[in-house]
Design a binder for this molecule. Structure first.
Ligand code: 13P
Ligand code: SF4
Length: 307
């Protein structure tokens, strides 16, 4: 029996569902029940009725699914698949900022450990950060951990005062401006679609800045035929699936999140078969970290209702 059939069989036996981020390998995206950006996956995780969730992504994603579903089993295909940025802020600096600024909201990018989320007022993703920051009553915003997303959000919410933490995504930070300019020169008609985790010099070239889902949606709805994609190369699969006639260029040194690529079909089969790598979070920690996650989902929904 093929591995995909074996996974399907185990999924039925164990009442399991597979969630995958756009950065995982194409063969993993292909077998996923739900695929999307961090916001979509958090929304889905909250509404699922299955007893077991296999999260094909990095550990903070599995942690968020577990925090939102404490009674369910959340399995990580690879327990070592981690996000470097998720560890780049710290509780001590947060406490210091709370003392230094009155009327402060600690806004925590979902790409953070559960430990860190406990100290935040609200979580955000790249898809909803602007909406949520605008909804907050606070004048001062301490945005952790990503300085690049913070900068993009601050530019769209000029009425608030921002303090940026100094974290970053190594995959987006290391993209080379020269390589992007070179592709632009060769394909002047290509629209430049950029993830907000990219540094300022790359965002400055963008025709559109948005989350992975936002980039895919923009390319799909656009009449343009060519796009220069400035994010991790896993999005190519969905871009090509949805847009067979269009051309997608990536920087010559393709941005690859090696942690996302650790997720394989074999590892998904193994955790379904054995139940290993179940996410465990201390109950009190989970209760504390759930508040900012729930607040994110509530504020995002509130805005959607108003449209
Ligand atoms: P989004 O899919 O939310 O845009 O996030 C990108 C990312 O880096 C996830 O780790
Ligand atoms: Fe983290 Fe960057 Fe990988 Fe996303 S691409 S999971 S932010 S290291």
């Amino acid at each position: 029996m093929e591995i995909t059939q074996k996974i399907e069989q185990l999924k039925n036996e164990k009442d399991a569902v597979i969630l995958a981020h756009y950065y995982v390998r194409p063969e993993v995206q292909k077998i996923a029940d739900y695929i999307g950006d961090s916001f979509y996956l958090a929304q889905v995780a909250e509404k699922l009725t299955n007893q077991v969730i296999v999260f094909a992504g990095v550990s903070f994603m599995g942690e968020s699914a577990k925090i939102l579903n404490p009674e369910k089993t959340v399995l990580l295909p690879d327990a070592c698949a981690d996000c470097a940025m998720a560890h780049m802020a710290d509780a001590e600096t947060i406490q210091r900022m709370r003392k230094a600024y009155e009327d402060l909201a600690v806004v925590c990018y979902i790409n953070s450990t559960a430990e860190l989320k406990r100290y935040a007022d609200v979580c955000v993703t790249s898809a909803n950060a602007v909406k949520i920051v605008k909804e907050l009553p606070n004048q001062n915003i301490y945005f952790i951990p990503d300085r690049n997303l913070a900068r993009v959000v601050a530019a769209q919410v000029p009425e608030k005062h921002f303090v940026f933490h100094d974290g970053f995504c190594p995959v987006h930070e290391q993209m080379k401006l020269e390589e992007i300019l070179e592709i632009k020169e060769g394909h002047p008609a290509a629209l430049v679609l950029v993830h907000p985790e990219c540094p300022e010099s790359i965002c400055a070239l963008a025709d559109y800045i948005g989350s992975t889902s936002g980039i895919i949606r923009y390319a799909t709805e656009s009449d343009a035929e060519e796009f220069l994609i400035c994010t991790e190369n896993g999005v190519r699969y969905e871009l090509e699936q949805k847009n067979p006639g269009k051309k997608f260029y990536f920087p010559k040194t393709e941005p690859v999140c090696t942690d996302m690529k650790r997720i394989t079909l074999e590892k998904i089969w193994e955790v379904l078969e054995t139940g290993k790598n179940a996410v465990e979070i201390d109950r009190i920690f989970a209760d504390q970290a759930r508040e900012p996650l729930r607040k994110m989902l509530d504020l995002a929904a509130k805005k959607e209702d108003r449209r």
